[in-house]
Design a protein around this ligand. Structure first.
Ligand code: C2E
Ligand code: C2E
Lengths: 147, 252
């Protein structure tokens, strides 16, 4: 049982990291898309920064409280440096230099971020299946103990 | 990039230019999407996500202005804590739970307190309803209006716990933000729940199971309902009742 609990805890920590990289990648994709729209239609960088609440909010409404899940860790331990694979994309200088990048560079970065985001979403989905499996196992054991 | 970021911080802290600040806001703004998403989980759908993100951005700007790069800590650590704090503070100030609903919740808590003192045990639902001069259907209808789910509700619950422990009004959320300068120990929702563990263990069996699965195993209330063989609306009522009973016990 202790082994199952340790595995559960480890999966939760990795899931927090993967969700973190996923959400930062999504935010970057949506900001780069907003910048490309700005170039096409005019408007200042100031306007873009003022529109961040709309750009960063989720497109779809939240699920109702009965289908929401308490995040067991608010954020990953920041001791990690995100350098594996494409993860450096969530910390590079794209957003620092956003107005100075060319349309081609923005398009290329967005494609790479989309690849990273899909990778993270796939890993996250499989982690959720593992975590949910462990949790139903832990709960079944608890029910057996209680009866 | 690390050198570029450090240079920009140096430039901003020295000259305070609007342009440097805007670049820092853009660079770190994805953190707000992450934190706002997690703090929003469990909040009523009537609260707009874009409003939560805008409160979070105020928290990010506050963090950028207050951060001291020379201290050698990671900005992300400090920012995440300030973003969460800003969203929760702003929600409290706009009364995210309408006052009329809060008043009803307080009435249920007082009913639990009074009955537990008199009966020396956990009261039955019909006893709570009778104390409030309602029938059980009316009580369940009232409970459906109150939904204490998510991190914001947990933070408030612990505010109660802290208030009764230390007599002050700071919530655990505040103490964690104070510790933001210690980069090693951060973000542990676990720590918040550790404070609740004793109180949850003393709850009646069904309520203890609902609270344990929701706060410690991250089940959704819908999943807990399926496990208990009750409807979704019923498990939400059981959860709300359990929270109000827990709050009445923590307030003592
Ligand atoms: N309640 C809840 N539902 C969840 C959660 N994670 C995933 N889902 C559900 O599962 C669907 C597929 O998620 P995905 O494979 O990660 O695939 C996602 C993801 O790769 C991406 N995505 C999601 N949100 C954003 C965003 O804000 N910006 C960008 N650029 N991409 C996003 O778009 C795909 C489709 O998203 P949706 O249409 O929203 O569709 C989502 C959503 O309905 C969660 O934590 N809570
Ligand atoms: N074991 C397990 N864990 C799960 C599952 N779904 C989500 N989680 C975890 O639980 C956290 C809260 O999920 P939520 O309440 O749906 O709250 C979500 C949801 O409201 C929203 N969100 C995230 N991704 C999507 C998406 O693709 N589409 C939509 N519509 N909403 C999303 O942002 C919030 C925070 O997302 P995250 O930071 O990723 O944080 C998520 C994730 O770490 C699951 O099926 N099993």
């Amino acid at each position: 049982l202790d082994e199952v609990r340790a595995m559960h805890e480890e999966c939760l920590e990795v899931e927090t990291e993967v969700s973190y990289v996923r959400r930062l990648a999504q935010a970057r994709i949506d900001i780069v898309s907003a910048e490309l729209d700005r170039r096409a239609s005019g408007g200042s960088v100031e306007d873009l920064v003022a529109r961040l609440p709309n750009i960063l909010a989720d497109e779809h409404p939240r699920s109702d409280p009965a289908h929401s899940r308490l995040p067991l860790h608010l954020a990953p331990s920041m001791a990690i440096t995100w350098q594996r694979g494409l993860e450096h994309l969530i910390g590079d200088s794209t957003l620092l230099n956003l107005p100075t990048l060319s349309v081609e560079e923005l398009g290329e970065t967005r494609e790479q971020l989309r690849t990273l985001e899909r990778e993270m979403s796939d890993r996250r989905r499989s982690l959720h299946r593992v975590i949910d499996g462990i949790e139903s196992d832990l709960t079944a054991r608890r029910r057996v103990d209680q009866t | 990039t690390a050198a570029l970021v450090a240079e920009l911080w140096g430039d901003y802290k020295e000259h305070g230019t609007h342009a440097a600040r805007e670049r820092l806001i853009l660079h770190y703004s994805p953190l707000v999407k992450f934190v706002a998403g997690r703090v929003a989980s469990g909040l009523p759908q009537s609260i707009e996500q874009s409003d939560l993100v805008s409160y979070g951005i105020f928290g990010l700007i506050d963090a950028i202005d207050k951060f001291d790069p020379a201290r050698g800590f990671k900005f992300e650590t400090y920012a995440i804590s300030r973003i969460k704090g800003a969203i929760i503070d702003e929600l409290r100030s706009i009364d995210w739970v309408p006052r009329s609903v809060r008043a009803k919740a307080r009435a249920v808590e007082r009913a639990y307190s009074k009955l537990e003192n008199e009966l020396r045990r956990s009261p039955e639902d019909k006893e709570v309803a009778a104390e409030l001069e309602m029938n059980e259907d009316e009580l369940n209808h009232l409970l459906s209006q109150v939904s204490f789910t998510g991190l914001v509700a947990l933070d408030e619950l612990l505010g109660r716990q802290q208030a009764s422990d230390s007599g002050g009004s700071a919530t655990v959320g505040d103490t964690i933000a104070d510790r933001a300068h210690d980069p090693v120990e951060m973000f542990e929702v676990d720590e918040m729940k550790h404070l609740l563990a004793d109180a949850i263990n003393r709850m009646p069996d069904r309520e203890r199971l609902v609270l344990t699965l929701y706060y410690y195993e991250a089940f959704t209330l819908a999943e807990i309902g399926a496990l208990l063989g009750v409807t979704e609306s019923r498990v939400c009522q059981i959860h709300t009742k359990a929270i109000l009973q827990l709050r009445s016990r923590l307030a003592e």
